[in-house]
Design a protein around this ligand. Structure first.
Ligand code: HEM
Length: 397
């Protein structure tokens, strides 16, 4: 990591005048994101780079930014993103509209469906071990529950996963042409789902995608472009993040047979354990904001228009917010855990995600013999913007 002259600059200097404090895409950072972010939090907790603008590594700074939407706007791109790329009052309207899709009774209705999917995959995994559980288990689970949740056909599973990989590669390279082309690709998949339902009229499948087609907001029917954007937000949440979570939790349990054994015996501790495992190793690296006015954060001055990146993975490992932050503590108070964010953009899918994760790990502990890491095979860490693992080979213990 480049050691720069942070101390030599006065707080009044604007973003474009400062030399970079770090390079988020250096080999050192990409090969061990968590370790690199931990070091940045100690060395330069509010750090500038061309790629991410101002990165915030401390819990207190992240919390401040995400709970002050007037100073720190979510309108970070000229491409619309519903609702994550919006500010009030527009955000409030759309947010109110999507929340009922995550109501407890809707989530509860999907629990048996997701459990069935998890059971099938666990059965296959029991026969396949040792194998890469990211490719053979975490990703198939994420894509199958996503399609089940939205009423999408099996034929979309492979293209959706390909879309996630391509989207990540384009984001890392900041290749705007490739980003535009993957966005179009996603549009194509979703628009074809919308057209099928429109052609079917009243006979359209009774699923969440059809509900969105008939949904109004602020007195108008949602436009197709808005539905595509909403579904893109949900797809990133489900496909990218849930798959990463499953990999992270399985890796943790493989490395900690004591915790695996405890949870096998006492499933009432599972939900709490998952929150703590994902605090230690966040599945979602960051989100963006933009300063609406000049503001000082952590002694550094941001100008209006400066880009800001809140580093969830780092904030949740901050020793100022969590005692023994690097240690797994099952009994830890999770009220400061920023896994699902905070403020007006707090994850609306949090209850759904918790159920999806609880269900799949419950099935793993029921249906799979004790497991551990297969020696000499990795694991291979995922690189930015993804978190977790790109390969994780497990074997029967
Ligand atoms: C473990 C899995 C998940 C994690 C860790 C997670 C985390 C987060 C976080 C930290 C935010 C706040 C972003 C910000 O402040 O800019 C967020 C927002 C969001 N999440 Fe999730 N999420 C997960 C799963 C899901 C799922 C399953 C869905 C939907 C199916 C979803 C839909 C959304 C949406 C729509 C937003 C934007 C909300 C807004 O801007 O008002 N997430 N998520």
């Amino acid at each position: 990591m480049k050691r720069e002259t942070r101390e030599a600059r006065s707080p009044g200097e604007a973003l474009h005048e400062c030399p970079a404090d770090w390079d988020p895409r250096s080999q050192e950072v990409l090969s061990d994101q968590i370790g690199a972010y931990d070091r940045m939090r100690e060395r330069c907790p509010v750090a500038r780079s061309d790629y991410l603008g101002w990165s915030l590594f401390r819990h207190q700074d992240v919390l401040r930014v995400i709970t002050d939407h007037e100073t720190f706007s979510n309108v970070v791109s000229r491409h619309p993103s519903v609702p994550n790329g919006m500010d009030p009052p527009e955000h409030t309207l759309y947010r109110r509209m999507i929340e009922p899709y995550f109501a407890p009774e809707r989530i509860a209705a999907f629990e048996p469906v997701f459990r069935g999917i998890a059971r099938d995959l666990v059965d296959a995994l029991g026969r396949d071990l040792p194998c890469d559980v990211i490719r053979h288990f975490a990703e198939p689970y994420a894509v199958r529950i996503q399609c089940a949740f939205l009423g999408w056909p099996e034929s979309l599973r492979a293209p959706l996963l390909q879309w996630v990989y391509r989207n990540r590669a384009a984001t890392l390279a900041r290749d705007t042409e490739a980003m535009a082309s993957v966005a179009l690709e996603f549009d194509g998949h979703i628009r074809s789902q919308l057209e099928v339902r429109e052609r079917a009229g009243d006979a359209a499948a009774d699923d969440l995608t059809t509900c969105l087609l008939r949904q109004s907001v602020d007195g108008h029917r949602l436009q197709h472009s808005e539905i595509v954007s909403i579904l893109r937000n949900w797809t990133v949440g489900e496909l990218g993040t849930i798959a990463a979570c499953v990999g992270i939790i399985l890796h943790f349990l493989a490395e900690r047979p004591d915790v695996q054994d405890l949870l096998r015996r006492d499933r009432t501790r599972l939900a709490q354990a998952i929150e703590e495992i994902l605090r230690l190793h966040g599945p979602l690296v960051s989100n963006r904001r933009v300063a609406t006015r000049e503001v000082i954060v952590g002694g550094r001055t941001f100008a209006a228009g400066d880009r800001i990146t809140v580093m969830w993975v780092s904030a949740n490992r901050d020793g100022e917010a969590f005692e023994d932050a690097g240690q797994f503590r099952l009994e830890r108070d999770q009220s400061q855990n920023l896994l699902y964010g905070a403020g007006i953009h707090v994850c609306p899918g949090a209850a759904l995600a918790r159920m999806q994760l609880n269900t799949v790990i419950d099935e793993v502990l029921d249906g799979l013999e004790p497991f551990s890491l297969a020696p000499g095979t990795g694991p291979v860490r995922a690189i930015y913007p993804a978190s977790g693992f790109s390969s994780l080979v497990l074997k029967a213990a």
